[in-house]
Ligand binder design. Structure first.
Ligand code: IPD
Ligand code: CA
Ligand code: CA
Length: 268
């Protein structure tokens, strides 16, 4: 993509995400329409849907040849990541949005022929805009974030949902228990996008989850890699941006330590 166009896309994307955030804040006093999707805890609201539709209108109106992969299904059906693709989660952390009216974010990753170029995650309630333009650094509002430093398990806070150390369909339930014991602490925020920006800004040191969709991590991984962090699936392999995947993101050094010692290099 020519740099000038990339900067233009970036400017629009930031403007649209801020506007979408404003609309979400304005919706707070209104009653939500809530529906369940794949199971009773997999929720969607009219605001998730309206926010995704808002982005699609803006993107298609300005860049008719760009493709959109959105969680709520109003975008395109994609089998490959050719050309410019916007990967959008209109509200990441819908359960928090409904129950808490905080701890959720809008996430947009923009890819060109499968390469992450722009990532924007907007924590609407705290008005914190995290942004990366590949090769130009990661910013939290106007402050540039520092590269991630190496750390050890004993000194780290790991984001991990308690589900994954109880009986579950995706992981042996005893796999991560030693990591939970040996780490300094664990946290679970209920929004993959926020967990990734907390890693980018040094508030946590790693995030591990066996089940995510591309819109949950498309933007965050561009930021983490830009800062020298490592983003893979739980077996240390390449992430799939078109299908469900596990996700393991961490500071450099720590990623290797956890992968080898606790995730057993994927041998489970
Ligand atoms: C969810 C959140 C949550 C993660 C789930 C995601 P949604 O996204 O990121 O933290 O554990 O797997 O589905 O449904 O609120 O957009
Ligand atoms: Ca999500
Ligand atoms: Ca969502």
């Amino acid at each position: 993509m020519v740099t000038v166009i990339l900067h233009e896309i970036d400017t629009y994307a930031k403007q649209w995400i801020k506007e979408a955030g404003e609309r979400i804040r304005e919706s707070f006093p209104k009653t939500l329409n809530i529906a369940a999707k794949s199971n009773p805890n997999d929720l969607v609201t009219n605001i998730d849907q309206e926010t995704e539709q808002y982005f699609i209108e803006k993107i298609k109106g300005t860049y008719p040849d760009h493709k959109i992969l959105g969680e709520e299904g109003y975008g395109d059906r994609l089998e490959k990541l050719e050309g410019v693709v916007w990967i959008i989660d209109p509200i990441d952390g819908t359960m928090n949005f409904i129950h808490q009216q905080r701890n959720f974010a809008i996430s947009i990753g923009i890819y060109e022929d499968g390469i992450g170029k722009i990532g924007i995650i907007y924590d609407v309630v705290h008005d914190e805009l995290y942004h990366v333009l590949k090769g130009h650094g990661v910013f939290l509002n106007d402050i540039q974030l520092s590269n991630l430093k190496e750390t050890s398990v004993h000194e780290s806070i790991i984001a991990l949902n308690a589900t994954w150390v109880t009986e579950n369909r995706r992981l042996p339930s005893d796999l991560l228990a030693p990591l939970v014991k040996e780490a300094r602490g664990t946290r679970s925020y209920g929004s993959a996008a926020l967990e990734m920006v907390y890693l980018a800004s040094g508030r946590i040191d790693a995030y591990i989850t066996p089940r995510l969709a591309p819109w949950d991590f498309a933007a965050g991984i561009i930021m983490i890699e830009e800062l020298g962090g490592v983003a893979t699936n739980l077996r240390g392999g390449k992430l799939d941006l078109l299908n469900q995947s596990s996700l393991f993101v961490a500071k450099p050094g720590l990623h290797g330590e956890i992968l080898k010692k606790y995730l057993k290099n994927g041998q489970w």
